[in-house]
Design a protein around this ligand. Structure first.
Ligand SMILES: Nc1ncnc2c1ncn2[C@@H]1O[C@H](COP(=O)(O)OP(=O)(O)OP(=O)(O)O)[C@@H](O)[C@H]1O
Ligand SMILES: [Mg+2]
Length: 278
């Protein structure tokens, strides 16, 4: 059975201006240890879908199964990483990573060996993200890329089997993003998590994903799915190969076609249309 099964999921928001159909009839299955990327124009429901998977948002129709269980609330099997690092500024790097586990230890009166095991896990994660040297530093002493590494380690602390990432590298510069791409692929291999990763960036989606799922707006739904024809072990040079460039061009063309936006003037029209309809 697939790790994640999304069946006919719909979401309608009740806003002051009326009902907003954010998602309609979304169907998607994700396999265990798969890395799936979600792309699509702004407002097509990517974050809403991810939040429903995380159990942070209710769906209005349909069903979501993780390991065969229906999802209606957050759970330790799923962790989420957001664009903004949201670290605790008063805690050091290592304490940020341990934080959620510490809460659990306090709550469940675990033994000292459980606490030690948690410390070992935090140390292993610190190594995995390459930040051992700054374990005692505070978030405001770190670059954006380093902070996001800590946020990823913190998400992995409870050994989630599904990692949900919503534009996690959106605020980073191009060079740092490349480094983070190779890091997250490494983490995916080592931790064997299933990853569902939302991005605006088609190149990022192809480089990371085994499959790219394209969503389209009004109402948000799945437009098409593309298998990525690249070797599992990615290298930055692959971005310049013909299969990579062809897939990128095809996905970009489909995004333009599905949104009716081909120029920045079309975008302006769309925005005017949205503001007059609200
Ligand atoms: N809490 C909310 N209340 C009302 N409408 C909402 C709410 N959250 C999202 N929406 C609407 O639902 C639709 C989908 O939004 P969502 O944030 O999921 O899109 P997105 O694909 O993540 O966009 P972006 O790429 O800009 O992050 C949009 O029309 C948005 O305005
Ligand atoms: Mg979003």
């Amino acid at each position: 059975m697939s790790k994640v099964i999304i069946k006919n999921v719909g979401k309608i928001f009740n806003a002051a201006a009326g009902q907003i159909p954010a998602l309609q009839d979304v169907n998607l299955s994700v396999e265990d240890n798969e890395f799936v990327t979600l792309v699509g124009a702004s407002g097509c429901g990517k974050s809403t879908l991810l939040r429903i998977l995380a159990g942070l948002e209710y769906r209005t129709s349909g069903e979501v199964l993780c390991d065969g269980q229906s999802i209606n609330s957050p759970g330790a099997d799923r962790a989420m990483v957001f664009q903004h690092y949201s670290l605790y500024p008063w805690l050091s790097v290592i304490d940020n990573i341990k934080f959620s586990r510490q809460l659990k230890v306090n709550r469940e009166n675990l033994t000292s060996s459980d606490v030690e095991a948690a410390s070992g896990r935090a140390d292993a994660l610190l190594n995995l993200i390459g930040l051992n040297k700054v374990r005692s530093a505070y978030p405001n002493q770190l670059s954006g890329g380093m902070q996001q590494r800590v946020a990823i380690a913190r998400a992995l602390m409870g050994r989630p089997s599904i990692l949900l990432m919503d534009e996690p590298f959106g605020a980073l510069d191009a060079q740092t993003r490349e480094v983070m791409h190779d890091l997250i692929l490494h983490i995916h291999r080592v931790e064997k998590t299933t990853i569902i990763f939302v991005t605006h960036d088609v190149e990022e989606a192809i480089y990371l994903g085994q499959r790219v799922v394209l969503m389209q707006p009004r109402p948000g739904r799945i437009h098409s799915t593309f298998a990525v024809p690249l070797p599992a072990q990615r290298t930055q040079e692959m971005k310049h190969t013909v299969p990579f460039r062809e897939l990128r061009a095809e996905i970009l063309a489909r995004i333009r076609q599905s949104t009716g936006i081909t120029t920045d003037l079309d975008m302006l029209d769309q925005l005017n249309l949205q503001s007059t309809s609200v």
